[in-house]
Design a protein around this ligand. Structure first.
Ligand code: SF4
Length: 316
């Protein structure tokens, strides 16, 4: 077999292996080929299987292919104000690598067109200098916050963000659900368990990342937070982002993604590439709760997480 074909098949097998491992990790037990094979294709596949089996290089692929590259995690140390500004990707780099640049501010979602707004670098807002700690932000919010009407609509606890205050990777959801409301922690229900697996699929743990929601109180009946509620709570998330200064924010689900990026572009169009939030790269992807209902979307989430993992690895 020519060396180039050998390399391509080795890479293909590595890619398939990686994706199968991820699907297994997420609980997929069987994979089926959906489609009709044309005449001769079944024979070609059989021949390919035989060729792969007979190829010494390919039969040794397990030892030759490096393990899935994982993201190296930073220790959960507290960070002096402004210490990581220099390590943030520059605007020119961000623009050069092609993220969709979406204008954001502290307000709630606006009636924007169904496309993202592209701005010049000098027009883009950036994160404020961090002048506080996560603990100070939590103390200001308080355990009995009444800044929006969610406080009087049956919430049990204010659910603050958790995790590594020095994380390179941050996950942002929409609002707590019943389990989170009861335990006072974000993403602890079934969807949270799936989020843990998604985090682990790129070689990290929940302790390595920072996890929060745009709204910290559970909306009644798990409805989406309303605009006035988002306007009241989102500034605290922005202040946390300014302190943590992650390299990437993965925003989970349509409501959170549209709120954070202030757009009405559907999640199916937002996902798959980076956007911008105050100079931080944002990867929208499907919410784990949605994956529980439609496991077929796990493939797209894996594709999104691979982009995130590769970007973080490239940043060092
Ligand atoms: S959702 Fe946010 S602003 Fe509204 S009451 Fe809860 S903590 Fe306060």
């Amino acid at each position: 077999m020519p060396a180039t074909e050998n390399t391509e098949i080795t890479e293909l097998i590595a890619d398939v292996r990686e994706q199968v491992l991820y699907l297994q990790e997420l609980g997929v037990e069987t994979l089926e080929f959906c489609g009709d094979l044309k005449a001769g294709e079944r024979e070609q596949i059989s021949n390919l299987k035989l060729e792969i089996r007979n190829s010494e290089a390919i039969s040794n692929f397990r030892s030759e292919i490096p393990d899935i590259k994982s993201v190296s995690a930073k220790p959960p140390e507290s960070k002096p104000a402004g210490s990581r500004l220099a390590s943030l990707p520059s605007l020119s780099k961000l623009l050069g690598s092609g993220p969709v640049r979406t204008k954001v501010d502290q307000g709630g979602p606006r009636d924007m067109e169904n496309t993202a707004i592209t701005l010049n670098a000098d027009e883009l807002p950036s994160l404020p200098e961090p002048t506080e700690t996560i603990e100070q932000i939590r103390a200001e919010i308080g355990a009995d916050c009444t800044r929006c009407k969610l406080s009087g609509l049956g919430r049990s606890k204010v659910v603050n963000s958790t995790g590594n205050f020095n994380a390179d990777l941050m996950f942002v959801g929409e609002a707590p659900g019943a389990d989170e409301d009861e335990q006072g922690k974000p993403f602890v229900g079934r969807a949270g368990q799936l989020l843990t697996k998604i985090i682990e699929s790129i070689g990290l743990t929940r302790d390595d990342v920072f996890i929060g929601n745009i709204n910290r109180c559970r909306p009644p009946g798990n409805r989406a937070p309303e605009t006035d509620e988002t306007i009241a709570c989102k500034p605290y998330l922005k202040r946390e982002v300014a302190v943590v200064r992650p390299k990437v924010i993965v925003v989970l689900g349509a409501t959170a993604a549209q709120n954070l990026l202030e757009t009405k572009v559907p999640i199916g169009k937002l996902r798959g590439h980076f956007h911008d939030y105050l100079g931080v790269k944002v990867m929208p992807t499907f919410h784990p709760a949605y994956l529980l209902r439609d496991p077929h979307k796990k493939r797209e989430v894996w594709e999104d997480m691979k982009i995130v993992r590769d970007y973080l690895n490239a940043q060092g």
